[in-house]
Design a protein around this ligand. Structure first.
Ligand SMILES: Nc1ncnc2c1ncn2[C@@H]1O[C@H](COP(=O)(O)OP(=O)(O)OP(=O)(O)O)[C@@H](O)[C@H]1O
Ligand SMILES: [Mg+2]
Length: 308
């Protein structure tokens, strides 16, 4: 039997603030995560990702809808949910008057782990996040990326059954980013479930088994990165230099997207020869590359903006 780590049904959130109009941050979000999945929420700034994570992690009440974490209702039974979750908040900072070692250790002790377990997990997390050398320095003296590493180390050390990570790798160097990916993969192999947000689409692709694209408080797309790319009509992109004025030549090969003077044609491998032929005959230079998740994202969200 597959266990559901998270189920959200028709979650809505309206922010009321005095003197300014209401903000409908979530307009009916439904999703489900199976235990052990790594799922990414993608969306433009203001799409509603953080609002959703704050609601599912019991920090904010929804206006309506139902959310269950391992079968426990987050609104009526938050105290049952909290021991099962851990959160890396967006723009969270470690306690400035604690060292990373103290921060991770104290957090684990506060969550009820024995001294022995807390000690060994603290050392392992600091080591994995490359905080060995700065583990005993006050957090206030750390660099931005080191602070972020300390936040991630704190949460990952809990090995909580369900982890919410809101832009966990923001400001991290490429080595630290990969260390986070490795840790998340290891955690899900051991049964934890991960819901993260990121604006790095290479990260979403490398890390998540499925993704949800959120736009204006609604889910626009749900599926794998591959499926998102297929949805835009092809797996290859031919970029034609100065092709902007020759759109009609290429329109029959698939979706065409202008970018400055260039024209991108999204198409399938079988049609590449024909596209290149047409480009050559018109003395246009063209390069072929794979469609990226970023292009799929821009197209899927762009279509929805156009439709508004
Ligand atoms: N406390 C609040 N009061 C009023 N409006 C809010 C509040 N918090 C968020 N919002 C609004 O709700 C919408 C969704 O915000 P949210 O922080 O969930 O977006 P996000 O997808 O996390 O964006 P980002 O990628 O920039 O982090 C935005 O329009 C935002 O301005
Ligand atoms: Mg956010």
């Amino acid at each position: 039997m597959t266990i559901e780590a998270l189920r959200a049904e028709d979650v809505r959130k309206v922010y009321h603030s005095r003197g300014s109009p209401d903000v409908e941050a979530l307009r009916g979000v439904s999703l489900a995560l199976r235990q052990g999945e790594r799922i990414a929420l993608l969306g433009r700034n203001g799409a509603g990702k953080t609002t959703f994570l704050r609601i599912t992690s019991t920090l904010l009440l929804p206006t309506s809808g139902r959310i269950e974490v391992f079968g426990h209702d987050v609104v009526s039974a938050p105290e049952d949910v909290r021991p099962m979750i851990a959160v890396v908040p967006q723009e969270g900072k470690p306690f400035f008057h604690l060292t990373p070692r103290e921060q991770v250790y104290c957090y684990l002790r506060a969550r009820g782990f024995s001294k022995e377990v807390a000690r060994s997990r603290t050392e392992a997390a600091l080591e994995k996040m490359g905080l060995g050398e700065v583990g005993d320095r006050l957090s206030v003296t750390l660099s931005g990326g080191q602070k972020q590493r300390a936040m991630v180390a704190t949460v990952m050390a809990t090995e909580a059954p369900l982890m919410f990570l809101d832009e966990p790798t923001i400001g991290l160097d490429p080595f630290a980013r990969r260390a986070v990916w490795d840790m998340l993969r290891a955690l899900t192999r051991r049964g934890s479930t991960v819901l993260l947000t990121t604006h790095y689409l290479d990260e979403a692709e490398a890390l998540s088994e499925r993704l949800y694209i959120v736009e204006e408080g609604r889910i626009l797309f749900e599926g794998t990165a591959e499926a998102a790319k297929r949805q835009i009509g092809g797996t290859l992109r031919v970029s034609i230099e100065n092709g902007g004025n020759h759109r009609e030549l290429f329109a029959s090969f698939g979706q065409t997207v202008a970018e400055g003077a260039s024209l991108h044609v999204i198409t399938e491998p079988e049609r590449i020869h024909e596209v290149m032929d047409v480009a050559l005959r018109n003395r246009l230079s063209a390069t072929v590359g794979p469609v990226t998740l970023e292009e799929a994202f821009l197209t899927i969200v762009g279509r929805s903006i156009d439709a508004e």
